[in-house]
Design a protein around this ligand. Structure first.
Ligand code: C5P
Length: 222
């Protein structure tokens, strides 16, 4: 039994990778199983929240009671999230969004030309979904939580991300390298300092994170 610390709240979550198509058979993507985001969705629903989960391509069942919207590319994720954001109290961005997409989609499969010349691709920058939500006017802006997956200098990068994205809380992955694993250690970084959520499975961590979020938003009216 989980205490209903998010009763009456609406929580919007992004999860999984995005996939940026090059042609009908290929694309650019990021490593992400979606497990952390799906665990946060489950934990938020258990805590009494109404949950909307915007998921990139993953192989995971929808947690009980969660409304799920499936997307593929970063642009689609952005276009699904932005209109939903103003009707939610909390936004948790766990998705591993591809930073770039191919500037052009080739309608037909790109073929080897037989001359051993590899194709080159021009890339365009994808929208930053978390930063876009954090820039919404104060009355319509949910309380935003970002994630940071860094290979080094986690605290410095997480602090820099707090500033750059304009969000009140960044959750850093302290590892071990988490892709596809069921366990992790998380570090919460906010204006007040840093706090480690001890190593555990992703569902326990998600429940801890939900409690931390709930305690931080109690100042906000339902
Ligand atoms: O900028 P960076 O990718 O390091 O930041 C990670 C955080 O920002 C994560 O919470 C991720 O879900 C979010 N993000 C996003 N849209 C992007 C890139 C990252 O929402 N295009």
């Amino acid at each position: 039994f989980q205490p209903k610390v998010l009763a009456g709240r609406r929580v919007l979550i992004t999860a999984g990778p995005t996939f940026e198509a090059i042609d009908p058979v290929r694309g650019i993507t990021n490593h992400s199983s979606g497990k952390m985001g799906f665990a946060v969705a489950r934990a938020a629903a258990e805590a009494g929240a109404e949950v909307t989960l915007v998921a990139g391509p993953v192989h995971l069942p929808t947690p009980l009671g969660v409304r799920r919207i499936d997307v593929c590319s970063a642009q689609q994720m952005h276009d699904a999230v932005l209109p939903q954001a103003p009707t939610h109290d909390v936004f948790v961005a766990t998705a591993a969004v591809a930073d770039w997409r191919p500037s052009q989609f080739n309608e037909q499969k790109i073929k080897k030309d037989g001359k051993k010349v590899a194709p080159t691709f021009e890339l365009a920058e994808n929208p930053d979904i978390l930063a876009a939500v954090a820039r919404l006017p104060a009355q319509t802006r949910p309380w935003c939580v970002g994630f940071a997956a860094e290979s080094h200098d986690l605290v410095r990068h997480a602090r820099e991300k707090l500033q750059r994205k304009g969000v009140p809380l960044i959750v850093g992955n302290l590892g071990p390298a988490t892709f596809g694993r069921d366990d992790n250690t998380l570090l919460l970084v906010d204006a007040a300092g840093e706090r480690e959520l001890p190593h555990g499975d992703k569902l326990s961590l998600a429940r801890d994170l939900v409690r931390e979020i709930a305690s931080r938003i109690t100042r906000f009216p339902t």
